[in-house]
Structure formats: C-alpha cells, structure tokens
Design a protein around this ligand. Structure first.
Ligand SMILES: C[S@@+](CC[C@H](N)C(=O)[O-])C[C@H]1O[C@@H](n2cnc3c(N)ncnc32)[C@H](O)[C@@H]1O
Length: 277
C-alpha cells in the first residue's frame, strides 16, 4: 500500500468510527438528507435526459462510491442494479455497500489505476472522491482514468469541493455568531474581529487557505479543462456551503433552499464532462 492509499484509509477509519460519517452526512440525518435532495434536483434531470432509451444497456461506474447510496439512487432512473459498478479503496465501506445493495457490483480498487478496459462505461460519476488526491498529479491520474474507461459519446458527472471563497467563510462565521449563546457585548466584539479578518485581502486569502481540512485538495472549476484534455467541460459553482446550510436549514429552510439553488455561497463545483464520439 502506498502513502496516498494509507492516508485515505486512515481518514475513513476516523470518519467511520462510531458511524460518525453517516451521522454527519448520511440520509438518517434530516439536515444532510435535505441537502442531498437539492443535489439530486440538480444532477438527475440532466442524467435522465441523457440516459433516455439507454436504461437496458447502459453501464455506469462511480469512483469512490463509499457506502453506495449515490450509485443505488440511479436505479430510480430505471437502471438495473447489475449495470452499476462502484469502486472504493476502503474495504469496510465496500462491505457495507455490498450488504445494503447486494445486486450492485462493488470492487476494491484505487481510482488512480482502474482495473477496467478502455471505453467500458457510458457514464462515470464521482461525488467528492477526487478531492482526496493529495496533489494535482494524483488528481490528474484519477481524471485520466475516468476519461480512459469512458466510452466515446459518454459523460462524466462531477461533484466535488472547490476552493473556499472568503464570502463563504464570512457568512459561516456570522451564522456561528448568531447561533452562539453569549452576551450582546461579546457578540459585538466577535463581529468586530470577524470583519477585521475579512477586510484585508491578504488575510482573507490566509483564512480561505486554512478553511479546508488537510485531507482535502479542492479542485478549482477553472482547472477542469486541463484535468480532462480533449473533453468538453461544462462546469459551474453549485449548492451551498454545508456549514452554512447546517446553520440555516433548521430555522429558515426556505432561505437555505434559495441560497442552495442560487449557488452564490457554494463550496462545490458541479460539472458534466463529455467525451466526443
Ligand atoms: C467523501 S466520500 C464520498 C462517498 C460517496 N461518493 C458519497 O457521495 O456518498 C469519498 C470516498 O472516496 C473514496 N476514495 C478516496 N480516494 C480514493 C481512491 N484513490 N480510490 C478509490 N476510492 C477513493 C473514499 O474511500 C470514500 O469512500
């Protein structure tokens, strides 16, 4: 096992301990579940249109399929589970996916070196897997594998973290401040500190760089064409920063939904990447 693989295993040993991952981001958590339903609203219509008439033969791959929930959702589009394939590095995550979705094909593989032949899939998806590549070279290897196993005329669906924008950080801090139990005086002091931090561009940059945990290397939307040379990339910022969503949705769900759909305070990129025939 190489150091990149060991880092992913270590990361998910931590996240999956006591089922923390599912508790924080899984469908049993109503806040997370409402967030994912908005993502489905974004991803599914386009997919349904592209897969029209292909359901009986289409072959779909998800890299970094985790517990398999996203892949399994594609059966709602009429795709038989036997035509879905998920790969992941983490054995325990695959075991859970297999027991929950026994008819889907899951295998243990590294996304940087897939064991499939060229042109095997009509659709290749990734939902927050490439962000685990610790360097641009490693992310380039994953993207080039996704493109390699994709059939000509096929599409890649991309949803991943993008670099933190300072306005996202500012709103995150303001939300935390509103929810905080402290005196008005203390809140006013913290508000002052917060604005001081974001007033100077140099400080904003430092704060934005420090905002993501070390195991995430966000991919800028502008970098996608270079990661997928020769393919047509249609990318946009999408969704709402999850920490802001967690603060807003329980109290003001409609506001949270409006902000999600607008994408101004997004921390993610959504892309459809096409391989020409
Ligand atoms: C944030 S989770 C997302 C899981 C799933 N896509 C979802 O949206 O629920 C990222 C997943 O990517 C997997 N992963 C990260 N790097 C990988 C690699 N190089 N090869 C295969 N899987 C990888 C992790 O083990 C983890 O299950």
């Amino acid at each position: 096992m190489n150091t990149e693989q060991a880092a992913v295993l270590e990361c998910y040993a931590r996240h999956d301990h006591n089922d923390e991952y599912e508790k924080n981001w899984g469908y049993g958590n109503p806040i997370a579940s409402a967030y994912w339903s908005l993502r489905d609203e974004l991803v599914f219509p386009g997919l349904a249109q592209r897969l029209e008439g292909l359901a009986s033969s289409v072959q779909i791959l998800e890299i970094g399929s985790g517990h398999g929930h996203e892949l399994a959702k594609l059966t709602q589009l009429g795709i038989p589970p036997e035509q879905l394939t998920g790969i992941d590095l983490v054995h325990e995550r695959l075991a859970r996916a297999r027991s929950r979705y026994p008819r889907i094909n899951f295998s243990q593989q590294d996304a940087t070196q897939l064991a499939f032949a060229d042109h095997s899939f009509d659709l290749v998806c990734q939902f927050t897997c490439v962000m685990h590549g610790p360097s641009i070279e490693s992310q380039r290897r994953i993207c080039s594998e996704m493109a390699r196993v994709l059939k000509p005329g096929g599409v890649i669906v991309w949803w991943d973290m993008s670099p933190t924008r300072w306005r996202v950080l500012l709103l995150r801090r303001l939300c935390a401040l509103v929810s905080r139990r402290s005196s008005l005086k203390r809140k006013a002091e913290l508000l002052g500190t917060c604005f001081a931090e974001f007033l100077l561009p140099a400080r904003r940059k430092v704060a934005a760089q420090a905002a993501l945990p070390g195991y995430i290397r966000a991919v800028a939307r502008q970098d996608l064409p270079e990661l997928f040379p020769g393919l047509s990339v249609h990318a946009r910022s999408a969704g709402l920063d999850f920490a802001i969503w967690e603060s807003l949705w329980p109290r003001w769900p409609r506001l949270a939904q409006v902000l999600w759909r607008a994408g101004w305070l997004s921390h993610h990129c959504f892309a459809i990447i096409e391989k020409n025939r």
